[in-house]
Write a new protein. Structure first.
Length: 330
């Protein structure tokens, strides 16, 4: 009986052990499945985080690259602009220095020519006359300063007190009647004494040459009228034997001096660039406009036949030192 109970108890214990093992297996399987599920979820989450992180890094890297390229481009443009600006400034400074150097050399060269033309002129006066030439030629850019100097050398030898037998006066031998008209064009109150003023005489001569250059496309005609009036200029243009010998010689003399000065000093605005000098008819100051008492009624004349409406001195003699105009021309 006892043995039977013991066997029964052992069987029950074995059965319970089997059941317990089965339950433990189920629990282990459930735990393993749960752990695996959690690992998969965790792995998926980390993969998502990784993907998002890499995406953010890629976008950030791209943005940084774009920004860097943009900044480098801006920096390059800034450097280029600054370097160009510096180069432009350097070029402007060099140009100014070069221009001032050329002007200074021209000024000294003109001064020396004036001294050579008139040994009685002081160094100070020669320098002042040369400065006046450059200043008025800046004001009237069609007039070559060396042409004006050539006129002064031939006209008076740069004697500010010179008076010709035809009563032309000053450095550039301006007649009182012509001077009166030029002074009015410059809004000056005329007096005969102003013709002996170097500054005023120089500006009158430059203005007169400027006017003649707007009429003629030929410097010879300009010089012929400056010396001998429009009639002689017309004769010279037509190659007529009636042109005054003095006017013909005067033109040749001035051009000879001008060529020599051009070779020595190197400027020639009038003869080499005529297309720039004769198209200014509309500029203010191109017309001589005398008052009602400057010339008798009916003595209105036109320079060189050009329709500029200028009034010239009586007896068809507008030229500065025009003795030829009084030499019996018809």
């Amino acid at each position: 009986m006892l043995k039977r109970d013991t066997s029964q108890s052992s069987g029950e214990l074995a059965l319970m052990g089997h059941r317990l093992r089965d339950r433990l297996s189920v629990v282990r399987a459930a735990v393993a499945a749960e752990t695996h599920s959690r690992q998969r979820t965790e792995n998926s989450r980390w993969r998502g985080v990784t993907v998002v992180t890499f995406a953010v890094l890629a976008v950030t890297t791209s943005a940084l690259s774009t920004y860097t390229v943009h900044r480098l481009s801006l920096l390059e443009r800034t450097v280029y602009r600054d370097s160009t600006s510096v180069e432009d400034r350097v070029e402007r400074v060099e140009s100014l220095v070069d221009g001032e150097s050329r002007r200074r050399a021209l000024l000294v060269g003109i001064r020396d020519e004036i001294l050579a033309a008139n040994r009685r002129v002081s160094l100070t006066d020669a320098y002042a006359y040369a400065s006046l030439v450059l200043d008025v030629c800046d004001k009237y850019p069609s007039v070559d300063p060396l042409l004006l100097v050539s006129v002064g050398i031939v006209e008076s030898g740069y004697d500010p007190k010179a008076v010709s037998h035809a009563d032309a006066r000053g450095l550039y031998q301006v007649w009182p009647s012509t001077g009166r008209l030029l002074a009015r064009s410059l809004n000056w109150e005329y007096s005969d004494d102003m013709l002996f003023d170097a500054a005023k005489n120089t500006e009158m001569a430059a203005l007169y040459l400027d006017m003649l250059l707007s009429v003629y496309n030929d410097v010879k005609m300009v010089l012929a009228e400056y010396n001998g009036g429009p009639l002689n200029a017309g004769y010279l243009r037509a190659e007529s034997p009636r042109v005054a010998a003095e006017t013909r010689m005067y033109v040749d003399k001035v051009l000879l001096v001008h060529r020599r000065l051009t070779d020595q000093l190197g400027t020639n605005r009038v003869l080499r660039e005529p297309h720039m000098t004769y198209l200014e008819l509309g500029r203010a100051g191109k017309r001589l406009a005398p008052g009602p008492t400057d010339s008798p009624a009916g003595e209105r004349q036109v320079i060189g036949g050009a329709p500029l409406g200028r009034l010239m001195p009586p007896r068809s003699t507008p030229g500065a030192s025009s003795t030829a105009a009084k030499s019996g021309l018809p």
